[in-house]
Design a protein around this ligand. Structure first.
Ligand SMILES: [Zn+2]
Length: 301
């Protein structure tokens, strides 16, 4: 069983859901993020957050995967200050909904003063609501940006073990672990981190507080990054227990602090029933037959 604690399913297809489930992914966390096209109205944020706690959660369930999310204002769009203020007003309502396991993904992009302002406000919100914090670290000037993300979290009184620092690499991992934070790694093709490097990180630093995720989104990315990395770790001699921790257990512990993320949610599931719908809408289009597990699933009608 695997958990992918950072994946943007809004951008992915039903084929991805099917492949993820076949590969052993049982639960996923979808962070609130930028959609590639900057939003210009607060209403589009409202509808996006609604779909993360509503339709997308339902859609995942139709393929046998438990969907959770984190709610937040991403750092890139924080730079539109007037709009960001309006988004901040929406966050408490959505962050308190069922299936929300943290405030995220928040942090720095270009490390501007406005990004800093909204990062700090959202740390305070997470503390107020007793939710874990999922931090997106910047791709440019990563090392300094990662240190700064942790400094600011501490300054606001966050406990390091309630903060998941994501998009780490070999340069940042030691400081993140030494300071007691969770260190998540995004296995994203041709950019952030390849999985051969990930295997070496686990061999060097062990499996405590390390989390593997895909951050698969609308870019060239891989929704099977977690199971593929687990398979590569096994091939290269990493112990089963360590693989289980970095590809499942650690994410469960980190986000489980929300009280919204429990293994019993997916262990006691009744399986897929595509006869269900969400506010009258189904994943099926006219004439398609619903998959009901336990029925004969080899028949294509
Ligand atoms: Zn992301």
């Amino acid at each position: 069983m695997f958990i992918d604690s950072h994946i943007h399913m809004t951008s992915r297809t039903t084929d991805d859901y099917v492949a993820m489930r076949e590969a052993g992914i049982v639960a996923i966390i979808e962070p609130s993020f930028w959609l590639g096209q900057p939003r210009t109205e607060v209403g589009t944020f409202k509808d996006y957050f609604s779909s993360l706690v509503g339709w997308e959660r339902f859609r995942a369930s139709q393929f046998g995967i438990k969907h959770y999310c984190t709610i937040g204002l991403n750092s890139k769009e924080a730079n539109n200050e007037a709009l960001a203020e309006e988004v901040m007003d929406l966050l408490p309502l959505f962050a308190s909904k069922e299936g929300v396991v943290g405030i995220g993904e928040i942090g720095y992009d270009d490390q501007t003063a406005v990004e800093d302002k909204f990062y700090r406000k959202q740390i305070d919100l997470a503390l107020e609501l007793n939710l874990p914090i999922q931090v997106h670290t910047p791709h440019r000037d990563k090392k300094a940006g990662t240190s700064r993300s942790m400094d600011v979290a501490i300054e606001h009184g966050a406990q390091p073990d309630w903060v998941i620092i994501d998009h780490n690499n070999e340069e940042t991992v030691k400081e993140v672990l030494d300071r007691g934070f969770w260190a998540a790694f995004t296995i994203y093709p041709h950019s952030k981190m390849g999985n051969e490097r990930m295997v070496e990180v686990v061999k060097q630093y062990g499996s405590e507080r390390i989390i593997v995720d895909s951050s698969a989104d609308w870019g060239i990315s891989d929704p099977l990054a977690v199971p593929k990395t687990a398979a590569l770790m096994k091939e290269r001699g990493v112990a089963d227990e360590a693989i289980h921790k970095v590809c499942y257990q650690n994410a469960l512990e980190a986000y489980g602090k929300s009280g919204q993320f429990n293994a019993s949610d997916w262990e006691m599931t009744n399986g897929v029933d595509q006869k269900l719908n969400f506010e009258g809408n189904s994943v099926l289009r006219g004439g398609q037959s619903p998959l009901v597990e336990g029925a004969d699933s080899n028949i294509i009608k």
